[in-house]
Design a protein. Structure first.
Length: 312
């Protein structure tokens, strides 16, 4: 007789701010004191956490890291314009329902109520991220990531507020589904539009900014330990200097990590203007920004990066 698989032990929620910082760090996320504090409070108080900031500063990674560090399932709802309940909460397997109706009719079933009860049952229900997050999970309440909430419209935002207030949804054909234990909720926004005050009041809030040079270097070393130390410091120094230029979109931490990986693939051990020019498209994603970063600008920034690297 086979033994059923055992559920792995849950990682307890951190009991202090320092424990929250260590929890994130062990999973590869280097958080400052302010972010560690708000993460700790969100976990202890059971409140949703709203993270705003520029794209690429690590907002989404907070949710991913929490799920990995706590041993919880990550459920991600990627928001977009026109997102509706059928994509976010639940839908019905209409093809399966039609087949079931045809088979029931072929078998001589004439009781419409019985047919309806069968086709609008749990086996034909398609659980989308929000409903899935309310269901019980063996690992414990999951981490629900509502990513780029600012891309949706106000109607969906209002519905989400209702879900986060009671952690329940009502399915007319089945009734109300309420979470036995609320999920850990992280919402992110790139602030392409303002999130309504009513939703913000429901959440704990934190603005995720670009890290300073010391923390970005720590992030790079934690995520990419194979990058040579000299190159890591110069990469961080260059990106820090580049962010001070008049650009439409300065690179985020995600681009810093991508660029360091690209340089390692090219067997670079230190920055030089030619290599920087050849790989500038890893850092900058707009042609106008690339055009502004001319050869003389690159030479100046490389020189600054070398100087900054010595101080890191």
């Amino acid at each position: 007789m086979s033994t059923p698989p055992r559920t792995p032990p849950r990682t307890p929620l951190p009991a202090t701010i320092d424990a929250a910082a260590d929890l994130l760090l062990k999973a590869g996320y280097v958080a400052d004191r302010a972010l560690s504090t708000v993460v700790f409070l969100a976990l202890r108080m059971g409140r949703p956490l709203l993270l705003e900031g520029e794209a690429g500063v690590g907002k989404t990674e907070v949710a991913k890291t929490l799920a990995a560090a706590l041993g919880r399932r990550l459920i991600r709802l990627q928001c977009y314009e026109g997102l509706d309940l059928s994509a976010a909460v639940y839908d019905w397997n209409y093809a399966g329902q039609m087949i079931a109706i045809r088979l029931a009719e072929a078998a001589g079933e004439r009781d419409r109520d019985a047919i309806a009860a069968d086709v609008f049952s749990d086996r034909y229900l398609l659980r989308r991220p929000l409903l899935d997050a309310l269901e019980p999970h063996a690992e414990g309440p999951p981490v629900l990531l509502v990513d780029e909430l600012d891309r949706t419209d106000e109607a969906f935002e209002a519905f989400l507020l209702e879900v986060l207030s009671d952690f329940q949804v009502t399915i007319p054909e089945l009734g109300t589904v309420k979470a036995a234990a609320p999920p850990i909720v992280v919402l992110t926004s790139n602030r392409t539009r303002e999130i309504h005050d009513a939703l913000k009041r429901r959440c704990l809030y934190h603005w995720v900014d670009y890290p300073d040079a010391g923390r970005e270097l720590a992030i790079l070393r934690a995520r990419l330990p194979g990058v040579p130390a000299r190159l890591s410091a110069q990469v961080v120094g260059f990106v820090e200097a580049l962010r001070r230029e008049d650009l439409f979109k300065v690179p985020g931490v995600a681009e810093t990590l991508d660029w360091a990986s690209a340089l390692v693939e090219l067997d670079a051990v230190a920055l030089d203007p030619a290599t920087v020019g050849d790989t500038l498209g890893v850092l900058l994603k707009y042609q106008d920004d690339i055009a502004k970063t001319s050869a003389p600008v690159i030479e100046r920034l490389v020189a600054e990066a070398r100087t900054r690297a010595e101080a890191l």
